[in-house]
Ligand binder design. Structure first.
Ligand code: PXP
Length: 255
């Protein structure tokens, strides 16, 4: 079994901006949420600048980059406009995600097999700028192999299908999705990719997936912001960190 690297927690603050935008004012402030999350143990902050700016806005990204003092993971669609903004913002990382205007959230992984010609120069320009590129893909062997060929240093495995199946009580589907994630993480690690995961994770699924030694980072947002309403964001981050640590220790046979 490979020795597991420390597992980083990236906190996604998109939905603090969703709440702010519901009233059109300045509160709650996603940057304040980011600073609170970091103080409580988050290793980095993730935010998605969508084409329709439905939650995070350009000024939020600028302020996050200027104020948080920890790695900023800039999620975006692979468009020329976003490339220009990300190159100007110079975040630590860019995570390329598929985007459809009518979707509620990022529904599927990026089709890097179908879009490799368009993505290759895009990834190269981000690599050249020293911005770590991550591709948000499903744990599909063909997608993983193409991600490695495209010279993206990182993939983020889409965990939404697994998490949804668990919440909906579809045990067989959840097990199949889980096996796909386990195999996908192994394949990606063997191909030299750094492996992240995210979408739909809660305390239980984060603890389970933290046991996979190939994983280096989890990106989690929606569940944590919901929990924060009841116990506060700092407490939520600490509980998530503890869940991840329990899972990792179990994966290393120490619990
Ligand atoms: N990772 C990526 C690439 C995402 O697009 C999202 C959702 O914005 C997340 C992680 C976080 O998902 P959730 O908000 O469901 O925890």
């Amino acid at each position: 079994m490979p020795k597991a690297p420390p597992l980083r927690l990236g906190v996604n603050v998109d939905h603090v901006a969703t709440l702010r935008n519901a009233r059109g004012g300045a509160r709650p402030d996603p940057v304040r949420a980011a600073l609170t999350a970091i103080e409580a143990g988050a290793d980095g902050i993730t935010a998605h600048l969508r084409e329709d700016r439905r939650h995070i806005r350009d000024t939020d990204m600028e302020r996050l980059k200027a104020e948080i003092g920890k790695p900023l993971n800039f999620e975006m669609a692979a468009t020329e406009d976003m490339l220009r903004i990300s190159l100007a913002t110079r975040p630590h990382a860019v995570c390329l995600v598929p985007e459809r205007r009518e979707e509620l959230t990022t529904e599927g992984g990026l089709d890097v097999v179908g879009q490799h010609n368009a993505l290759a120069p895009f990834i190269a320009r981000l690599n050249d700028a020293g911005i770590r590129v991550s591709l948000f893909i499903s744990a599909d062997p063909q997608q993983i192999e193409m991600a490695a060929r495209l010279r993206a240093p990182v993939i983020e495995i889409h965990t939404g299908g697994w998490c949804d199946a668990l919440v909906d009580g579809h045990a067989a589907k959840a097990e199949a999705e889980w096996q796909r994630i386990v195999e996908g993480a192994k394949l990606a690690h063997a191909a030299g990719l750094e492996v992240h995961a995210g979408h739909g994770l809660d305390y239980q699924t984060a603890e389970t997936i933290a046991a996979l030694p190939e994983l280096a980072e989890l990106n989690i947002g929606y569940f944590m912001m919901g929990e924060a309403l009841f116990v506060g964001l700092g407490e939520t981050v600490r509980s998530m960190r503890a869940a991840m640590d329990r899972g990792r220790q179990r994966g290393q046979g120490k619990a």
